[in-house]
Design a protein around this ligand. Structure first.
Ligand code: ATP
Ligand code: MG
Length: 448
């Protein structure tokens, strides 16, 4: 027997019982984004390798060791996108969208990084990316934070995540600080691990980001960037924290927060949780004005963030018994006999015309009544719609509840349409009621 082929390590299937959870979260995300006037952009999954090298920076974990890079048949080096910021900016530059314009954009889809798979860390994972262009002031930085804050509230996880904020200043300020930081680490070389020693020359700020517990003290005592920021950078940062204070959004200032990617300037932030072990960052982002020029555009402004969907979903309390095991199928049509098969197919199409919300499965591969009733039951449907030769002869339909002990009813096609329409309506009311109570439950939690 042939050996089964399995999925690639760190790349996962989302099975049908899980997809309603994804769809629920995706719907809330779309609603929140559109309530702030953000538009979707759809981007290729593969880009030229050069794009990521130039934007993410050669000396980052992503470019050094995590990218899925391969040669196209014509010899071009291509890469499965490890993140979306570079591709989004590439697209906007390519289509001239950044010329005297502002944009508020989002994209959603898989990203690829060759990391060591573990809970909350995969080789294919789904990100929501949000990017804004053309706005220099602190308002837009604050808006993004408010948007995320609203999202957590709607998803009922507000109390599980904390906002961490820092400012990396301008590039000039960062360069000046870099020298001071290098001098400090030079004095404490003994306390640095191999990775950090290497970064001392190439990307010393990243040493602050190290998760090696043995370096905790060296890092804690390092000089802080905030002390070297100029008036403008400080004012920008202050304006953000003032807005957050005014609107009651709590935050912590984390002077060690430098983010993994090279392209940030001024604002950086992360939403972190204590519930997912070391994969505790759910969402991260900041301002990256410098990247636009780095990719060949005119000097401009950009702020954005990316959120990991798997980590987000892991934080939500799912009430799987009710909403999320919601029926995939409302009705199952049983057809026995040649005429019934034909007429059933025809009636099923009529039902789909008349009741677009009805989820209807039609029997396939024949079988006797007993056999088809089994399949109907297995489908999870609430009703069996039954067509045999008798029904065809009398131009009737029989409907039997598969979930309640009530007698089978025989009716005309028109009556059957009315009946099913009514049952869909009352089901929808039940579901709306449930969604409401989930929302209430979540907002109560937020308040307490
Ligand atoms: P980490 O420090 O956890 O490696 P990162 O700084 O590499 O994260 P970003 O590049 O900022 O992550 O990506 C934004 C978000 O995407 C992360 O906060 C996380 O939620 C998610 N993410 C990143 N890498 C992975 C991965 N390998 N698997 C699942 N989610 C991921
Ligand atoms: Mg990473």
């Amino acid at each position: 027997m042939a050996v089964n082929i399995q999925a690639i390590r760190g790349m996962h299937d989302v099975l049908p019982e899980q997809t309603p959870l994804w769809q629920y979260a995706e719907r809330i995300i779309r609603e929140v984004l559109s309530s702030y006037g953000y538009s979707e952009i759809r981007l290729p999954i593969v880009e030229k390798t050069e794009l990521f090298k130039r934007s993410i920076g050669e000396v980052t974990d992503i470019v050094e060791k995590e990218m899925y890079t391969f040669d196209d048949r014509n010899g071009d080096s291509l890469t499965l996108r490890p993140e979306g910021t570079a591709g989004c900016l590439r697209a906007c530059l390519e289509h001239g969208l950044l010329h005297h314009q502002t944009h508020r954009l989002w994209y959603y889809g898989p990203m690829y990084r060759h990391e060591r798979p573990q809970k909350g860390r995969y080789r294919q994972f789904i990100q929501l990316g949000v990017e804004t262009y053309g706005m220099s002031g602190p308002d837009i930085d604050a808006e993004l934070i408010l948007l995320m804050h609203r999202l957590w509230q709607k998803l009922g996880i507000r109390e599980k995540v904390r906002l961490q904020l820092n400012s990396l200043g301008t590039i000039a300020e960062r360069l000046a600080y870099r020298e001071i930081l290098v001098a400090y680490f030079q004095q404490h070389k003994d306390g640095l691990d191999e990775d950090s020693l290497r970064r001392l020359d190439t990307n010393p700020l990243r040493i602050l980001d190290s998760k090696n517990p043995e370096m905790k003290d060296v890092i804690a005592n390092a000089p802080e960037l905030m002390a070297y920021l100029g008036i403008d950078s400080l004012a920008h940062f202050k304006a953000i924290t003032t807005t957050l204070d005014d609107l009651g959004v709590a935050y912590e200032i984390n002077p060690r927060l430098v983010r993994g990617l090279d392209y940030y300037s001024k604002t950086v932030f992360e939403w972190v949780t204590d519930e997912l072990g070391s994969q505790g960052t759910v969402c991260a982002g900041g301002r990256y004005d410098g990247l636009i020029e780095q990719l060949g555009g005119k000097a401009n402004h950009a702020v954005g963030f990316a959120m990991g969907m798997e980590r987000l979903l892991a934080l939500i309390d799912w009430n799987t018994d009710s909403l999320f095991s919601s029926r995939a199928v409302d009705a199952y049509m049983i057809r026995v006999g040649r005429k019934a098969e034909l007429q059933g197919m025809y009636f099923a199409e009529t039902l789909r015309d008349k009741i677009p919300a009805l989820k209807l499965q039609v029997s396939a591969d024949g079988g006797n009544f007993k056999n088809q009733f089994k399949k109907a039951d297995k489908s999870g449907a609430q009703y069996a719609i039954i067509l045999g030769d008798d029904e065809v002869e009398r131009e009737e339909i029989a409907i039997k509840s598969l979930r309640e002990d009530i007698p089978q009813q025989t009716m005309t096609q028109v009556q059957a349409i009315d009946f099913l329409q009514g049952s869909i309506k009352s089901n929808k009311q039940l579901m709306d009621g449930y969604t409401m109570s989930l929302k209430e439950k979540n907002s109560n939690k937020t308040r307490s």
